[in-house]
Design a protein around this ligand. Structure first.
Ligand SMILES: Nc1nc2c(c(=O)[nH]1)N=C([C@H](O)[C@H](O)COP(=O)(O)OP(=O)(O)OP(=O)(O)O)CN2
Ligand SMILES: [Zn+2]
Length: 129
């Protein structure tokens, strides 16, 4: 049996957005306090007995979300061309985090983006066969 450890951190940021071509009030500028849950898998432990230090996951996440905080997402790449839906934001965060954290032992498993307390998207990617 192979051990797998999944670390999860949560952080948040505040940002405005509006949805292009959306038939409803979300096509007007409005804001959310977005919550971000990041799940990271490790296939083993380091010399300290950690999969990945929670602090390292938080630091990598905040490095990205600091650029989104108190901004209008529609003004920022890639959301100046890609609709800033929870789906697209979660996928974007997953890609940016994977570049920072993935290595031979560590994989970003999922990013869950909470748009409100009642609605979230969880983004994952299938491993290539
Ligand atoms: N699958 C998705 N659905 C919706 C998204 C999205 O990103 N992905 N986004 C929105 C809007 O951004 C909107 O701001 C959120 O709307 P809603 O969930 O209706 O938020 P409310 O707080 O108004 O919800 P109530 O629970 O009805 O009060 C819409 N859909
Ligand atoms: Zn919204």
């Amino acid at each position: 049996m192979t051990a797998r450890y999944t670390m999860t951190i949560r952080t948040e940021f505040a940002a405005a957005h509006w949805l292009r071509d959306y038939d409803g009030p979300c096509n007007r500028l409005h804001g959310h306090n977005w919550k971000v849950d990041v799940e990271v898998d490790a296939s083993g432990l380091d010399e300290l007995g950690m999969g990945v230090d929670f602090g390292d996951i938080k630091a990598a996440t905040r490095e990205i979300t600091d650029g989104l905080d108190h901004r209008n997402l529609n003004d920022l790449p890639p959301f100046d061309r890609l609709n800033p839906t929870a789906e697209n934001i979660a996928a974007h965060l997953h890609g940016e985090l994977s570049e920072r954290l993935n290595d031979e032992r560590v994989r970003v498993r999922a990013v869950t983006l909470w748009e409100t307390d009642r609605a979230c998207v969880r983004y994952t990617e299938d491993e290539p066969a």
